[in-house]
Design a protein around this ligand. Sequence first.
Ligand code: URA
Length: 473
Amino acid sequence: MRCVVLPEIGTFEGWRDEARALLAEGVPPEEVLWQRGAGEADLFAGAPAAAPAQGGAVTVPRGFVDLARLAVCHADPERFARLYALLWALGRDRRLLEDRADPRVDRLERMAKEVRRDRHKMTAFVRFRELGDADGGRRRFAAWFEPSHHILELTAPFFVRRFGDMDWSILTPDLSAHFEGGTLRFGAAAARPDLPEDAAEDLWRTYFRNIFNPARVKLKAMQAEMPKKYWRNMPETALIPEMVASAQARAREMAAATPTVAPLRAERIGERLRAARVPEPGDDLAAGLAACRRCPLWENATQPVAGEGPLDAPLMIVGEQPGDLEDLEGRPFVGPAGQLFDEVAARAGLDRARAYVTNAVKHFKFAARGKRRIHQSPTQGEIQHCRWWLDLERAQVKPRLILAMGATALDSLTGDRRGLLTRRGGVEQTAEGTPVLVTVHPSYLLRLPATERAPAEAAFEADLRRAAEMLGQ
Ligand code: URA
């Protein structure tokens, strides 16, 4: 049995080098014990030490490196072994990584997702306290943070970019990060320090008091987004109990204080919305869309493009907006992106005819260049205005699963604007709880250079296959 002890700082690089050497030697996963840090290593005192890493020429799919970099940070003690087992299996089947139904891949992807979520929490919830000027006159700050996973090394560069003009330390029960005079270094774990309150705390409290809307208190959603374990290090959270307790009374005050005569603009909007009849199941959505003036995109487009497909489809496929051909034909996904989608869907066993296919935005947005119409991305406002129609389509079709193709669809369906590529392959939810499988837009594949197209298309195919499997097709 090999016992590999990985460093606590530079754990990913350590794991990568060791894994490379073990693989080159042909050491199977069941013969390796992994641990991080000397403390853990004591558990295995007496076991023969691992051979020093030498790094053979091992090539792996790019996706594996990205996955490993995240999964290595997970708190699961089995993470190194799981990664090595997958790496070993990839040597026999390089396409394994695309198989999301494989339990090894699935488990590691879920771990990577948990790590990403933990990093997101860290970037949002670290609160620095000012300590006073450092020797060079730079302001000095420190923060205490308790992540759920070993994410400090991976996440510290975010704080370097954000707070590059000050010196700071982030202390955690695992490692500490210190940024001094423009240099980042990592040190040992720290105990929770007694940090002074500073002027910034008042600013946080004022900010929080201002963004807190008493008429929209949703405790569960708030705690899901900002779990209680982070509260004690965040100055503004001290206000939560009092603000929640007084929310109903404040909301009543707000309602009583609303002006009784609506401004002209609000009246006009009200009239327009009252005139619009809410479509019912079976209604012709296209007719309602033809009259839509919710945003100016209707002015230059040939026609709106409504979704098409069975109204009881178990799957809804959502793209961005109609392209040039879709705008002329009045049907979604009939142009080059649609053709690529059809080809890949056929390979993945996904039957488009049984799905309801639509877009987040229903009019083609373009800039005219001579005779050509060049696609332009919709703005946040346009996506929001058109969400009205997508919501109606969702209410009519009630799909069991939605496939979000691209960032616009994902934004419209989840309201979450974080980058697409880190979320692709995952399953998220609409506000009502409908699962949303995240994938790229076929136009993105069409724009890739030839060398990158094949793996990206294979990953897209794997996502479509997963959609088919989730629906039992
Ligand atoms: N791109 C989309 O997002 N939708 C279409 O209908 C066509 C291209």
